[in-house]
Design a binder for this molecule. Structure first.
Ligand SMILES: [Mn+2]
Length: 336
């Protein structure tokens, strides 16, 4: 029997033009995994290109070769052409084509084989080869392990290591969540051997906020955080007007949802953000409280057990807040 790793290395061997794609509103793991693979394939003398649907957040722009990433929102025709003409497509850090937004339309003309590397539950992408494991901390960790098992490890260099480290660091919130398996540290240790400066990477990602973002966070925590001790819940909502007052930029709300979880006794935290035509939701939890289920059952969205997100259309910020509060009693037993 040929293993998926063998089939993966065969597909790489045969392909020259390789598209690496990741999801809408990419995070550190999406970009870290994609650029990590990009550097590995470059070293293997392939012709890879990283494609994402939209905006690369500021805190990831320092990453090596970030300037070469192709954005669908800026070049929809060029992206569709590249996807139709390439010999191999590698998808990282998402489980459904719907996470690509409008870029999904390009797939009508795709004939190249697809490889999926991801750690979200229930992947629904038709892939020739699939590496899907919800136990790994991050897709970046899985990319390293797949690279190792596929005989590509000698193509990892310092740049790939920095990208993959960033994916692991951001998806584990600096090794505080999803990071209890020894293999995560073995992988991280292996990446550190390439001479990357992990402290500099941390500063590049986490210490780059504007004064206004800090003030917005202070305002939201002091004026907008609602605590519901009965359900061990805390949530914050932010209107468009509030965002505007603090000169909000994409990426500024990164991490906001995590703050309430550092309050003693809180196991469920939500951040609700008003956007032009929808409300964006981010949910986080501790332990058995499955935010993935809550968001899928009552709002539109999905993700992991302890971290999920979604978007709600046709409801106001106030209505979404009220609905959230109204469904909490259903989850009462999880709070005991
Ligand atoms: Mn991820």
């Amino acid at each position: 029997m040929i293993t998926p790793e063998k089939r993966f290395s065969k597909l790489i061997y045969k392909a020259d033009n390789i598209c690496i794609i990741s999801h809408h509103n990419p995070d550190g793991d999406a970009i870290g995994s994609a650029l990590g693979l990009y550097h590995i394939l470059k070293k293997k003398k392939k012709n890879p290109v990283v494609i994402i649907p939209n905006h690369l957040p500021d805190f990831l722009q320092w990453m090596p070769s970030a300037e070469n990433i192709l954005l669908y929102q800026n070049n929809p025709n060029e992206v569709c052409k590249k996807l139709a003409e390439c010999n191999l497509i590698i998808m990282v850090d998402f489980n459904s084509l719907s996470r690509l937004g409008k870029m999904e339309n390009c797939f009508e003309n795709v004939t190249a084989p697809i490889v999926l590397i991801d750690h979200h539950p229930y992947p629904d992408i038709k892939a020739e080869v699939m590496f899907s494991d919800i136990r790994v901390s991050s897709t970046a960790e899985l990319v390293y392990q797949v690279t190792q098992a596929s005989g590509l490890i000698k193509n990892i260099g310092k740049e790939a290591a920095a990208c993959l480290f960033t994916g692991i660091m951001t998806d584990t919130n600096s090794f505080t969540v999803n990071s209890s398996r020894p293999i995560t540290y073995k992988t991280t240790a292996a990446l550190l051997k390439y001479g990357i400066d992990k402290d500099e990477i941390y500063r590049n990602v986490f210490n780059t906020f504007s004064t206004e973002r800090m003030q917005l966070l202070g305002y939201l925590l002091s004026e907008k955080m609602v605590i519901i001790p009965e359900y061990k819940t805390a949530f914050i909502s932010m209107s468009l007007a509030e965002a505007k007052k603090y000169q909000f930029k994409t990426g500024d709300s990164e991490g906001f949802v995590n703050y309430p979880l550092s309050i003693k006794g809180i196991i469920f935290s939500a951040f609700l953000m008003e956007r032009k035509d929808h409300i964006k939701l981010s949910f986080r939890s501790r332990g058995n409280f499955s935010v993935n289920k809550l968001i899928a059952q009552h709002f539109s969205g999905g993700g992991h057990k302890n971290a999920a997100g979604g978007e709600v259309f046709n409801m106001t910020l106030e209505e979404v807040s009220q609905k959230l509060v109204s469904v909490l009693p259903i989850y009462k037993e999880l709070c005991d």
